[in-house]
Design a protein around this ligand. Structure first.
Ligand code: ATP
Length: 323
C-alpha cells in the first residue's frame, strides 16, 4: 500500500474576478520508503497540494489517503489526531519553541498528543540527527542547520507514516542545506521513512527518488531520479513557455521571500544548475528564517504552538494561517 495517495484533487479559491484554480485534478501515489520532491513555478500549486495531502486543507473535490485512511471523510477532530500521530512536518522556518530545550522541542508533539515516547527510537533519532550533545541547549544557541535537524528529529519522534517538508533548506546556506538534505535522504534509506518535499531548488530535488513537476495545478512531469541538470532543464522549459502574470505568491510556507527558483521570472537565481540559459535554482538565498509566513496561524494539531511561539511564525502549514 502507498503511504500517501491523492486522486482527482482539485482546489479552487474564490476571488473578486474569477475563482483561482490552484489544483486542477491531481492524481499521485507516494510509495512507502521513498523521497519525492514537488517542484514547479511559483503559483503552480505545490503548497496547495502539500496542504491537501497533509490534511491541513480540504480540497474542493477529490480524495486523499494516508495509508488506508481517507482524509476527506474525517471529522476535524479525527483529522487533528491523524496529523499528530501519523504525519510529520518540517518547515522552512524551523518553528522551534525558543523557551524549550532541544530535547523538549523534539518530544513536544508526543507530549501534546499524550503518547509515551519510545525512548529507544528517540535515541536513534537523536543519534541520526547528531545532536546528542546539544539536548539541553535552547534553539537560539544552535545554527540554522542544527535547528533544522532538531525540527527533523521532532518530525520523526512519533515515527510518522510520512514527513511533509516545505522548502526545508530555504533558509540555509548551500553547505548546511546539503547536510539537511543528506539527513532527509538518510531517514528514507535507513528507516524506510516516506518524505515528500516541496522545493524550488533542483539541487535539493536531486536528493529525491522522484521529482514531480506541477504547472497550473497539474502534474506535468513525473521524473524518476532525474538529476539536477535535467530538473533545471524541465523547469527552464516551463519558464520559457510561461509569461509571468503576477508576482510570486506571498502567502503560505513559501512566502515569496525564498521563491528563488521561480523560473517564470526567467532570471532566477543563484548558484547551482544552469540550463538553457536560465539558472533554475541553486540552494538557499533569501535567508528568511521566520516571521513573514503565517503569523498568527494557530492550528489545532500540535504543530503550531500558538501562544508559546518565539515569533517564528507557526502558521505556514497551519489551518487558519494568514494567507
Ligand atoms: N488562500 C488562497 N486564496 C486565494 N488564492 C490562493 C490561496 N492560496 C493559494 N492561492 C492561489 O493558488 C495558486 C497556487 O498556489 P500555491 O501556493 O499552491 O502555489 P506554489 O506553487 O506553492 O507557489 P509558491 O512557489 O510561490 O509558494 C496560486 O495562484 C495562488 O495565488
Amino acid at each position: 500500500m502507498s503511504a500517501v495517495r491523492v486522486q482527482g484533487l482539485t482546489r479552487t479559491y474564490p476571488s473578486d474576478d474569477e475563482p483561482v484554480t490552484a489544483l486542477a485534478g491531481v492524481d499521485a501515489e507516494f510509495e512507502r520508503g521513498t523521497f519525492t520532491a514537488v517542484m514547479g513555478p511559483s503559483g503552480s500549486g505545490k503548497s496547495t497540494l502539500l496542504q491537501a495531502a497533509a490534511g491541513l486543507d480540504r480540497p474542493s473535490s477529490g480524495h486523499v489517503w494516508i495509508g488506508d485512511t481517507e482524509l476527506t471523510k474525517l471529522s476535524e477532530t479525527k483529522l487533528t489526531e491523524l496529523r499528530r500521530g501519523r504525519i510529520g512536518f518540517v518547515f522552512q522556518a524551523f518553528n522551534l519553541i525558543g523557551a524549550l530545550t532541544v530535547e523538549e522541542n523534539i518530544l513536544l508533539p508526543l507530549k501534546l498528543s499524550g503518547n509515551r515516547p519510545d525512548r529507544a527510537w528517540i535515541g536513534q533519532v537523536i543519534d541520526q540527527v547528531g545532536l546528542g550533545n546539544r539536548l539541553g541547549h535552547r534553539p537560539s544557541a544552535l545554527s540554522g542547520g542544527q535547528q533544522q535537524r532538531v525540527a527533523i528529529a521532532r518530525a520523526l519522534a512519533s515515527r510518522p507514516e510520512v514527513i511533509f517538508c516545505d522548502e526545508p533548506t530555504g533558509a540555509l546556506d548551500t553547505n548546511t542545506a546539503a547536510e539537511v538534505l543528506a539527513l532527509l535522504r538518510g531517514i528514507v534509506d535507513d528507516h524506510g521513512q516516506t518524505v515528500i518535499m516541496v522545493t524550488h531548488d533542483p539541487v535539493a530535488a536531486s536528493y529525491a527518488d522522484r521529482v514531480i513537476v506541477l504547472a497550473d495545478g497539474r502534474i506535468v512531469h513525473d521524473l524518476p531520479q532525474p538529476g539536477a541538470a535535467r530538473i533545471a532543464e524541465h523547469l527552464a522549459a516551463l519558464g520559457r513557455r510561461r509569461v509571468p502574470t503576477r508576482p510570486s505568491s506571498s502567502r503560505g510556507m513559501s512566502d515569496g521571500a525564498t521563491s528563488i527558483g521561480d523560473v517564470t521570472a526567467g532570471s532566477a537565481s543563484v548558484g547551482g544548475v544552469t540550463a538553457g540559459g536560465v539558472t533554475a535554482g541553486g540552494a538557499s538565498v533569501g535567508g528568511v528564517t521566520a516571521g513573514s509566513a503565517g503569523v498568527g496561524g494557530v492550528s489545532d494539531d500540535g504543530m503550531s504552538f500558538g501562544g508559546v511561539s518565539d515569533g517564528a511564525g507557526f502558521g505556514p502549514l497551519s489551518r487558519g494561517a494568514a494567507r
